[in-house]
Design a protein around this ligand. Structure first.
Ligand code: 13P
Length: 248
């Protein structure tokens, strides 16, 4: 049986209080399309207010620290983001792997911390353009998955997002056949890592998804949803993606 589609908006470093009304509108669209799971991950400054405004809707974070507490200036623990109202967190986004030099073992520890706090996690993997051109994309992505894969992983709390780095924010999208090949490889790796429960772990595609290409991308075998950046910032742009997922 196909997994329920999961459409997640990653607002990255975008959004002030005046954008909270978009989350209210997005939550209303999600409610009208309840066969799809929808979440928004705003900047952490908006989590508490967003969660308060739309209690039945899933608000997530974009990162958390792996430690429960301590001397880590500027960082937030899983319990802190949970207390703010987050139900899940994106982890290991390629922008953090690049800008904050996050490595697989750290992402694995973060996922375990998130699970300990009772939250869900989306672990991101994806190759650079150079790696794809060198024919290494599948090996790189499966290596990231293996290295960042948490102990006690289960579909109830863990989601994987495949985001080719060269497709993020560029308007470039891989061929459907390339997405299919990669998602099949990720599924295969999940079977190796978790055994029988692997089919229920959702694998999202991310990278320049929008209202125009969502239906095609979301119809690719083993694509269980989308992780959306730019096109998640307004209800006007994000709504059509949610509706495309609902129509599949
Ligand atoms: P864009 O949808 O803006 O390409 O961003 C994708 C992404 O990085 C989501 O995490």
């Amino acid at each position: 049986m196909a997994n329920r589609k999961y459409i997640v908006g990653n607002w990255k470093m975008n959004g002030l209080r005046e954008q909270l009304s978009d989350i209210v509108e997005i939550a209303a669209i999600a409610e009208q399309n309840s066969q799809v799971d929808v979440a928004i991950c705003p900047p952490v400054t908006l989590i508490a207010q967003a969660a308060g405004n739309v209690p039945g809707f899933t608000i997530g974070a974009q990162d958390c620290h792996f430690a429960a507490k301590g001397a880590h200036t500027g960082c937030l623990s899983a319990a802190m983001i949970r207390e703010a109202g987050a139900k899940m967190s994106i982890l290991g986004h390629s922008e953090r792997r690049a800008d904050q030099h996050e490595v697989d073992s750290e992402i694995k520890a973060k996922a375990e911390a998130i699970h300990t706090a009772g939250l869900g996690a989306i672990i991101c993997v994806g190759e650079t353009e150079e790696e794809r051109d060198a024919g290494k994309a599948v090996d790189v992505v499966c290596g990231q998955l293996e290295g960042s894969f948490p102990d006690n992983a289960a579909a109830t709390w863990l989601t994987i997002a495949y985001e080719p780095v060269w497709a993020i924010g560029t308007g470039r999208v891989p061929e459907a056949s390339d997405v299919e090949e990669m998602h099949a490889a990720i599924r295969g790796k999940l079977v190796e890592l978790t055994g029988e429960g692997a089919d229920a772990v959702r694998i999202l595609y991310g990278g320049s998804m929008n209202g125009g290409n969502a239906a095609e991308l979301l119809s690719v075998p083993n694509v269980d949803g989308g992780l959306v950046g730019g096109a998640s910032l307004t209800a006007e742009k994000f709504g059509p993606i949610i509706k495309a997922a609902a129509a599949i």
